[in-house]
Design a protein around this ligand. Structure first.
Ligand SMILES: [Cu+2]
Length: 573
């Protein structure tokens, strides 16, 4: 069954190599505050409100892991009080206490060998996504790297039992080959206990989850690639820009479009809070509503006068390079934002990616809406009071927190003093007849790690004839291995020299010839959509004589390789 005793040994070597890349783990320092004068959303407050931290039990991070997993949790496991009059007994096993969650702040910490807790950097370990599935069913709170804080407006909260059972869907990501590390997923909540008689100062909310690429996909992603912008504006809007012509670029994304990007209301509702989630390259998540009127059509939104914009959740990128990293916060709706909708209205979202600078694979576009059935006098109807709703839209959103030190992509693009692969001699090296393998986080031949002092002789590009394709086999993921033992890698083209430090913002997927293998491996259950279900991949033809093509692994971006096209006549296609 396990053929990986030797594999584990080889991994340890790779881990040693990778530890060079991840040296200086504790270097994160900047405060997690908003910039000077930067406005952030303030939480509501109530008599009896208490702030707790909650966390999972320890979760082991495997070398290179990127699995999509499910488990159970509670409202506030391992609760500790931070402030307020309450106590942790509300969350004890068997507790029949009920209350309202009015603020939810997610994160993840690493348990260091000395027991201290450190929030890991995004280029090392990251919380790629976590979704809390409410006891009543359905996704409710969620987080990606941007760690948006869900804060309900004054007068509203999610009502739940203190000892209620929740589900947890999480994808934690180890960008390195390091082993034997453990993390907690953490969440801080503002908790307002229910009283007898019941409180009148707070109304229950529910969450409606909008997802452009969700159900039936369990791993709700699509690709936003260079060239998908049919109008050449550098932006790809999903799902609106997905072509219906099978020959047009991006048509293959059509099958990823989910009905969950829209929601038709079965009764009147008020929208209270919204914030978008997207990935690097993403610019905004947009929310609008359609109401059918007295026009010829019978489809919601078939007449522009029947559509109103409700909110744009903007990605605020802090790093100078812009929309290429996880150094981002999302705007949420302001406290005054209240939208009254009617039965039959259809709300929908779309997400916009910048596809001019790079291709963005496995991208998301999600916006959970907090809603209530209670009548709110401050709510405005987008059709009966269009000016008021337009004003809310024009005012724009507000951040829920400032720049997070752990999201600063400190390693990306740093000079590692590696030679330019284009300038290295091949010295008679050829791509082997059976192709290039990936073994212990290294592409052989011509593979290198973006670490200082990587041996130049190993970096020499192997050669192929013009127009040839190259086969890759990922030996770190064999069908005989369990999911935790596998390491999924991609082969993704990057522009030469592709020899600088690894991070989310470097390298970028924008090689001269566009290719990406997807994650090579054999994921099971919720991870089956994460991998390609194969550990083999063949590149498109590499055409230009004299050119050196570079590539990297999107999952472990310190992994690089190059191939040179050399000699011979171009191969007939
Ligand atoms: Cu990899």
């Amino acid at each position: 069954m396990r053929n990986n005793a030797a594999m584990a040994g080889r991994r340890r070597v790779a881990a040693a190599v990778a530890s060079v890349a991840i040296g200086g783990l504790l270097t994160v320092a900047a405060p997690a505050s908003a910039g000077v004068g930067e406005e952030v959303l303030s939480p509501a407050s109530y008599p009896g409100m208490t702030t707790f931290t909650c966390r999972t039990n320890a979760i082991t991070m495997y070398p290179g892991q990127n699995t999509n997993l499910f488990s159970g949790t509670k409202t506030c496991p391992n609760a500790e009080k931070l402030s307020g009059p309450g106590d942790v007994s509300d969350f004890a096993p068997g507790s029949d206490a009920e209350g309202y969650v009015t603020r939810f702040k997610p994160s993840m910490v690493e348990i260091k060998p000395d027991g201290s807790l450190v929030t890991p950097s995004v280029w090392d370990l990251h919380l790629h996504h976590v979704v809390w599935l409410a006891p009543t069913g359905g996704p409710t709170f969620a987080s990606g790297e941007e760690k948006t804080i869900a804060t309900m407006p004054q007068g509203y909260g999610l009502k739940v039992g203190g000892d209620a059972n929740w589900g947890l869907n999480y994808m934690l990501h180890n960008l390195t080959a390091s082993e034997d590390r453990q993390v907690y997923m953490t969440w801080e909540i503002d908790w307002v206990p229910e009283t007898t008689p019941e409180r009148t100062d707070i109304q229950p909310t529910t969450v409606r989850w909008l997802d452009v690429a969700g159900f039936p996909q369990i791993y709700p992603v699509f690709d936003a690639e260079r060239g998908f912008d049919a109008d050449g504006d550098g932006k790809f809007v999903f799902p609106d820009d997905v072509p219906s012509d099978p020959s047009a670029p991006g048509y293959e994304e059509r099958e990823k479009i989910s009905n969950n990007s829209t929601w038709t209301l079965s009764r009147d509702r008020t929208l209270l809070f919204a914030a978008g989630h997207l990935h690097p390259g993403g610019l905004s998540v947009d929310l609008e509503v359609a109401r059918d009127g007295l026009d010829a059509g019978d489809v919601d939104g078939d007449d522009p006068s029947e559509v109103r914009k409700l909110f744009r959740s903007d990605a605020k990128y802090y790093e100078p390079a812009g929309a290429v990293s996880w150094d981002v916060s999302m705007t949420a709706t302001r406290r005054s934002w209240r939208i009254a909708l009617k039965q039959g209205d259809t709300v929908s979202i779309d997400v916009t990616y910048d596809v001019e600078r790079a291709s963005w694979y496995e991208s998301m576009g999600i916006m959970p809406l907090s809603i209530t059935s209670a009548a709110d006098p401050a709510a405005r109807d987008p059709f009966e009071d269009a000016a008021a709703v337009q004003a809310m839209y024009d005012e724009g959103g507000i951040l829920t927190h400032g720049r997070l030190p752990e999201n600063i992509d400190a390693k990306a693009g740093k000079d590692r003093d590696l030679p330019d692969p284009r300038k290295l001699r091949s010295k008679g090296r050829r791509v082997p007849a059976d192709g290039i393998t990936i073994d212990s986080f290294v592409y052989s031949k011509g593979g290198y790690s973006a670490t200082r002092d990587f041996p130049t002789r190993l970096m020499r590009p192997p050669a192929i004839k013009p127009g040839a394709t190259v086969d890759f086999t990922n030996l770190d993921a064999l069908p005989t291995m369990s999911q935790n033992e596998q390491v999924w890698h991609s082969i993704t083209s990057c522009p030469a020299p592709c020899n600088r430090g690894a991070g989310i913002g470097y390298p970028l997927a924008r090689g001269k010839i566009k290719f990406d293998s997807g994650q090579l491996g054999f994921g099971t259950f919720a991870s089956s959509g994460v991998t390609t279900g194969s550990n083999e991949y063949t590149t498109p033809p590499l055409t230009k004589p004299g050119k050196t093509y570079t590539y990297f692994c999107r999952i472990h971006p310190f992994m690089r390789g190059s191939i040179r096209v050399k000699g011979g006549k171009p191969k007939k296609q």
